[in-house]
Design a protein. Structure first.
Length: 130
């Protein structure tokens, strides 16, 4: 199953299936759930959100799209214009996915704001060990 890229400035009110709409200006992407349930899936773009890459073969989004908030609970990758299906997520996987997302954010903000307490504790620990 293929998904085409359409670069837009603002998201159209009506999305077509099989199209990934990307607004780099507003750092957001949207598409209709690849399972065909027609739910709108919005994916913010940014260092702690999804990463959009425009390959010659088609668009890619990283990480995967986990629609656990939708009734269909579909999970897939958009990889170079191709929909690659994954298994449905169990509750444990959903929790693990959310925890990984948290860690990604924490790491990102620790780099941005090195004076936050966790960064100071980390440096102190490193100095004790080193
Ligand atoms: Zn769906």
């Amino acid at each position: 199953m293929r998904i085409e890229l359409e670069q837009v400035r603002t998201m159209p009110a009506r999305l077509e299936p099989g199209v990934l709409y990307v607004s780099e200006e507003f750092e957001t992407a949207a598409h209709l759930c690849a399972c065909g349930c027609r739910s709108k899936v919005r994916t913010p773009l940014g260092p702690t959100e999804w990463r959009f890459t425009h390959y010659a073969e088609g668009p890619s989004l990283q990480p995967s799209i986990g629609n656990w908030q939708l009734p269909c609970k579909s999970h897939y990758w958009i990889d170079r214009g191709e929909i690659k299906w994954s298994t449905k997520w169990s509750h444990e996987q959903i929790a693990a996915g959310r925890a990984a997302e948290e860690r990604r954010r924490e790491h990102h903000y620790a780099v941005l704001y090195p004076d936050r307490w966790w960064a100071r504790v980390w440096r102190w620990l490193k100095s004790m060990l080193g």
